[in-house]
Design a protein around this ligand. Structure first.
Ligand code: 2AM
Length: 178
């Protein structure tokens, strides 16, 4: 199964994020509201015994709840082309701390270390040949976006099935934060 660890977001926050999208950038594939999340660690394809190890490691992790504020827009690019539009998070040491604990737990469960720097974001759209001027206009127009702070009281192990239009995510296990 293909796994990742993420924060699922409260419904009203997802609605607010989804309301940003829809129009305005030709070539953008907006992430459906039910799929919006903040990835803490991508795991990828694992076999059932390792999935059990992962669950065990995450279940024994002791993390604290915190407040998360999503704010600001940005893009990721690959090969000189923008590939993703995202909303960021305000600097949050509790979030970074939790992410670090998850990384440690997953390495203990036998996964190789994640080499990429943690850049908290919620992907809003994947971009297939988005018109650069329209994308830039959109980012500029919404740059001051700031959502109401939300309380985070758990994190989630998701499985994902790749689909043609959008992936289908299933929350496999929720781990409470104290
Ligand atoms: P993204 O939103 O920046 O694309 C499920 O695919 C989640 O895992 C997505 O939120 C995705 O982040 C993240 N992810 C991180 N690395 C990935 C990879 N190599 N392949 C697919 N998804 C990845």
């Amino acid at each position: 199964m293909r796994l990742f660890v993420a924060l699922d977001l409260p419904w009203d926050l997802r609605e607010r994020l989804a309301a940003l999208g829809g129009r305005g950038i030709p070539g953008a594939r907006w992430v459906p509201e039910e799929n919006l999340h903040l990835t803490l660690r991508f795991i990828g394809e694992v076999q059932a015994p390792q999935a059990e190890e992962i669950d065990l490691a995450l279940a024994t992790l002791r993390g604290r709840g915190f407040t998360l504020t999503l704010a600001g827009l940005g893009t990721f690019a690959k090969g000189g082309r923008d590939t993703q539009l995202w909303v960021g998070a305000e600097r949050n040491t509790a979030l970074e701390h939790l992410q670090g604990k998850i990384e440690t737990a997953l390495q203990r469960a036998g996964l190789p270390p994640e080499r990429r720097r943690f850049q908290p974001h919620v992907t809003l759209a994947r971009l297939d040949n988005a018109v650069p001027t329209r994308l830039a206009q959109f980012v500029q127009a919404h740059n001051l976006f700031r959502a109401a702070p939300v309380a985070i009281a758990h994190f989630t192990l998701f499985s994902s099935r790749l689909g043609k239009e959008a992936s289908a995510y299933t929350a496999e296990v929720e781990y409470p934060l104290g």
